[in-house]
Write a new protein. Sequence first.
Length: 524
Amino acid sequence: DLPAHSHNAVSPESVLKDVFGYGEFRDGQGEVIHHVCQGGDALVLLPTGGGKSLCYQIPALVREGTAIVVSPLISLMQDQVEQLKALGVKADYLNSTLDAEAQANINDSLITGKLDLLYVSPERLMQYAFQQLLGRASIALFAIDEAHCVSHWGHDFRQDYRALGKIKSRFSHIPVIGLTATADTATQADILTQLNLNAPLVYKGSFDRPNIRYRVMSKYKAFDQVVSYVKQQEGSGIIYCNSRAKVDDLHNKLFRLGFRCAAYHAGMDSDERELVQRQFLNDKIDIVVATVAFGMGINKSNVRYVVHHDVPRSVESYYQETGRAGRDGLESEALLLFDEKDAARVKQWIEQGESGDRNHIELQKFAAMEAFSEAQTCRRQVLLNYFSQFSDSACGNCDICLDPPKMIDGLVIAQKVLSCILRLSQQASSQYIIDVLRGKQLKKLQEAGHHKLSTYGIGKDKSDSYWHNILNQLVHKGLIRVDITAYAALRLTEAARPVLKGEVPVQLAVPRLEFKPDKKTKQA
Ligand code: ADP
Ligand code: ZN
């Protein structure tokens, strides 16, 4: 019996066809696979379902030796290995669920060259004993799945991933390929640095998921809103809440109303959680009410909707969570219930968080999420722009495109805000500006003498959320810029000058702060 990887010089194209049964590479795969087969490093940014796995699985079969695949989740490893074995690929995984004997057998297969792919956890990879073993094995490549976990700038930083940068110094001429479905520009650059990639090929695919319809609603009676929403839906859905208590509460309520649903969070034991996953996968239940613990690695293609009962902490998380809808390419929906007060609470948690310099990063990430929620322009454009995929046409498949906001002459409103910013010497943050506009009786305003400004109280007639919405619109219009190097102080841009002078018109959308059930979005 020949060692797994002694088949002579097979081409990526023949492996694609003969092993995986596919006729053609998808977007980016061919480029990345050829590069890695030739020994190059790569970073692959493709959305969920984009076909990242083949980017390392094919080079694993083409190159001499065993591919070491680092993956953060045990269930994910098991799924992948089962699928590969079914295709006749010699794959296995090493993790703490295996007993000592099974682990010893796999170690043995590794050094005798009997494996094409070996999936391991990041902790395992960094263990001294395992590194010794790797030194004796023939390695085809290292693949780092969920590579954003290596970055502090990512939304899911993991301590275990931190040490992965050492791979490249230890095994300098073995290719390393990082893969992720979510990385904004800062995270992307940081992954390259953290992993020490050498002249990497960076492939970034389109992040658009055209079959997902994005909707944002103001949240005012969340439970009623969720119930009336899910009643209108057919098929499977996920409802995300930001705490275990809320998950249990909402699940109980839905359950009592007769929905086929289950709760899922990290406080449940692993058997229970697995059961929920399986029932959901097999359509035995329709709805999973969950914390963010649910999802990574769940390969269910026919999820029709994802509801965010609470605002996520970053656009990346939002994108990843909503991305679990519609993997089969059929019409799906992502609904976010947004509440200013939730947002304020999240900001407070982040500010009081104990992660030191990370607090600042997280605040910035959350600010982008908040801006998305309040945007009055096409949601998809805002979302894709966040991932630097600029597009100048509206999508036609989001709430804003389908039900455009009412536009009004906003010159006077804009002037109120802009002059207030100016009076505060462009040093104040948005909440401070709103406090002044609304003429709040606050000690800090009085101590600074800001209750004497001519703009104090000129926006009394409107709420905080109204003004937040207006401020965000002015940011989106490029009249104001948020200076993140100065405690998020709002500054005027050049474009603000003619507005202050009343030389140009300003169109603003009437902020939609009321919940309106929307007939158009009923699933066909
Ligand atoms: P990701 O890891 O990016 O979420 P996967 O690697 O799981 O995506 O791929 C998603 C699905 O697409 C899988 O079912 C996979 O078999 C399929 N797929 C990947 N590449 C191709 C291809 N070139 N042709 C056809 N199907 C493909
Ligand atoms: Zn749109």
